[in-house]
Ligand binder design. Structure first.
Ligand code: NAP
Length: 289
């Protein structure tokens, strides 16, 4: 068997095209134009590329961008002050603090200061709690992108055996919670899991978010399974995922490539979260009026 490729680049573009139309319809109907504030402390070139990419993507779909590049020696108190202002600014529907921050700043603490209604990264403890309780809220972007890829390929999640390898707050835990919300039977694996290959072989849907090049082997895959590779590993052979793609594609039914699978979905979901945040903010102010 040779698996069908899940083309994340094409699906992300499709989501962005749909969002552009949705945003214009929302604004034409009297809604406030969504706005995304990005905060980047320091001059890490990779972070600057990420932030610029997010701002460019915003402009393309009609989201107003507010970029706040801050000098590397900005104090934690100054960043706190900026986040407080952005929380209060009605033009800003979403706030994104680019991580990692310089060593003298506690980035994970600062993230907790972002208003949950503007937490378009979906990473604050409040957003994580809403997800864990199955309540409406903003979901983390990469995990939401994984679910979107599955939906757009009509992968049956209800009742499916889903195995998630990795339990980080950023990817593994939220992916597992989202699959559970889709009524999958979810198993979470991590570095202490015994006989990982045996557990993976149970999976109708296998999600790898580990950070170990080509760790998921071909003989760990149930024939016809859907395999989603979140891993991004820089090796001498270039970018590779956590899945041994060449071996696994011979057994799986559907598979994401790296690059061009999950990666492009992250920004698309960030844009969607920003629209969702703007709509929720307008609904909240209308209910107060
Ligand atoms: P992380 O925080 O380092 O977590 C890795 C997880 O993998 C941990 O839960 C760890 O288990 C588990 N693990 C490590 N070695 C293992 C082993 N031998 N067997 C089973 N589990 C093992 O990484 P992350 O932030 O979740 O990211 C995972 C990967 O996704 C990375 O390659 C990252 O670059 C990529 N990523 C991609 C995107 C994107 O596409 N946009 C976004 C985010 C991350 P323990 O908890 O027991 O240590």
């Amino acid at each position: 068997m040779t698996a069908t490729l899940i083309d994340g680049k094409a699906i992300a573009q499709q989501v962005r095209t749909e969002l552009r139309a949705e945003i214009e319809a929302w604004v034409a109907g009297g809604g406030r134009r969504p706005g995304l504030a990005t905060v980047l402390v320091g001059d890490d070139p990779a972070s600057a590329v990420y932030v610029n990419g997010k701002q460019k993507a915003c402009a393309e779909v009609g989201i107003e961008g507010f970029n706040h590049p801050l000098a590397a020696d900005t104090s934690e108190a100054e960043v706190t002050e900026l986040l407080t202002q952005l929380n209060a600014d009605d033009r800003v529907s979403g706030i994104l603090l680019q991580l990692p921050t310089p060593d003298h700043i506690d980035g994970s603490h600062l993230t907790t200061l972002i208003d949950a209604g503007k937490d378009v990264d979906g990473l604050t403890p409040v957003s994580a709690g809403l997800l864990a309780k199955g309540l409406p809220g903003l979901r983390p972007c990469t995990p939401a992108g994984v679910i979107e890829l599955l939906r757009r390929h009509d992968v049956a999640m209800e009742g499916a055996e889903a195995v998630v390898v990795g339990r980080s707050d950023l990817v593994g835990k939220p992916v597992a919670a989202l699959l559970l919300a889709e009524n999958a039977t979810v198993t979470m694996c991590h570095s202490r899991t015994r006989d990982l290959g045996e557990v993976c072989r149970r999976a109708d849907v296998l999600v790898a978010a580990v950070g170990r090049p080509k760790m998921i082997a071909g003989d760990w895959i149930k024939p016809g399974a859907t395999v989603i590779d979140v891993g991004i590993n820089r090796t001498d052979d270039g970018l590779v995922g956590d899945v041994d793609f060449d071996a696994v594609k011979e057994v799986a039914g559907l598979i994401t490539p790296v690059p061009g699978g999950v990666g492009p979905m992250t920004i698309a979901m960030l844009l969607r979260n920003t629209l969702q945040a703007a709509q929720a903010a307008d609904a909240a102010s209308a209910s107060l009026a």
